[in-house]
Design a protein around this ligand. Structure first.
Ligand code: ZN
Length: 366
């Protein structure tokens, strides 16, 4: 299937320019996600990190506004009644605040995970991090069924939030904020007959939530001693994941759908976590992502669509795990070189190492 594929150049400069454009001003088409400005910032900072222009030399970092981003991210660390963490953005804050702990100022688990990774990309030393407040926040967000709400006593509750709580605990190297066993049984209850995971009980298997379920199970401290899945469960999950790579080379999110670049990450990273990455056809995958590149930079969900930071970041993250090979000289091999990715934290390996070292506070003690 891979024979005869000729890849064009991977438009690195275009994708860097697209990320910078999206960081400086929100395109009109994306004003509806202003409430999640922090998440958007993460994808753009992440694109620059994966393409190697964030920390390679001071000049470039300064051009990228590193100091301003550090200041803005730390300004989102906030305290609520039940602990501390990061809020999505200051967009709905009243000036001056009407009450001491406003609902709009509440720390949010997903945004906290995002902010911690973004700060790690920017190589912050986390001296300002309120670690004990973060543990209290996690504790206040776990429900009786093991799942987590995004904010204490409210907000959405699905597997995404549970994954963020696990990733935060792994980066803190402190699991005292979560009841791991109860959380793992919630993950197990989201497993479907196909071998994938839905976002809640009785939901259809989906690529994104399957990644989140597997990453959570393998982030859990006990996973190094006992494999979270039985051999039979693994076989079934791998079979389902492999069925999501379509003939276009791109992965789809649900059985029978068309290829979408973000699922190249979600399904690809799931296979990587299960150590079955050798099954993925890297060249057809790269060919699908190459065709999804927009001519002025950025990557769309599929060929012919408009690009956005979310699909651009996840496409490049997929290529970090599955760089195409073999490549001929006229396929511009240099443009297809990527750093190694940590599939559990969804960051390049050196960024993930930084996060684990400095967020846990170990970087300061040594
Ligand atoms: Zn998508």
């Amino acid at each position: 299937m891979e024979d005869g594929i000729r890849l064009p150049c991977f438009n690195r400069a275009g994708h860097v320019a697209h990320a910078k454009r999206c960081m400086s001003a929100l395109p009109a088409s994306q004003t509806d996600i202003d409430a999640s400005r922090l998440a958007l910032a993460f994808y753009n900072i992440g694109i620059l990190d994966l393409l190697g222009v964030m920390n390679d030399g001071d000049t470039i970092s300064r051009q990228n506004g590193k100091d301003e981003w550090l200041e803005w991210l730390w300004a989102q660390q906030t305290q609520g009644k039940y602990g501390s963490g990061f809020r999505p953005s200051p967009f709905m804050l009243l000036h001056p605040p009407a009450e001491e702990f406003s609902d709009y100022n509440t720390p949010h688990i997903i945004m906290t995970y995002t902010a911690l990774l973004a700060l790690s990309i920017l190589r912050d030393d986390f001296a300002k991090l309120d670690r004990s407040g973060l543990i209290r926040l996690l504790r206040a967000c776990q429900r009786d069924d093991g799942s987590f709400t995004t904010t204490p006593g409210g907000g959405e509750s699905d597997l995404r939030t549970l994954y963020c709580a696990f990733a935060i605990s792994a980066m803190l190297d402190d699991w005292s904020g979560v009841d791991v066993e109860r959380a793992k049984s919630f993950v197990t209850s989201c497993r479907t007959y196909e071998g994938g995971y839905g976002q809640d009980l009785f939901c259809e298997a989906q690529g994104g939530t399957t990644y989140i379920a597997l990453a959570s199970l393998y982030l859990a401290p006990s996973s190094s001693e006992t494999d979270p899945l039985t051999l039979e469960e693994k076989r079934q999950t791998v079979k389902w994941l492999m069925s999501t790579q379509t003939s276009s080379g791109g992965f789809c999110g649900r059985t029978g759908k068309v290829g979408d670049s973000c699922y190249c990450f979600w399904c690809g990273a799931s296979l990587k976590i299960l150590k079955m990455d050798h099954l993925v056809e890297t060249k057809t995958l790269a060919s699908f992502l190459a065709d999804s590149q927009f001519k002025f930079g950025g990557i769309a969900k599929c060929p012919g669509e408009h690009p956005d930071p979310y699909h651009t970041y996840l496409s490049i993250a997929a290529l970090c795990m599955y760089p195409p090979s073999p490549l001929a000289a006229d396929e511009k091999p240099d443009s297809w070189e990527f750093p190694e990715l940590d599939p559990l934290l969804n960051a390049r390996v050196d960024t993930a190492e930084w996060a684990r070292k400095y967020i846990s506070g170990k970087g300061h003690r040594t």
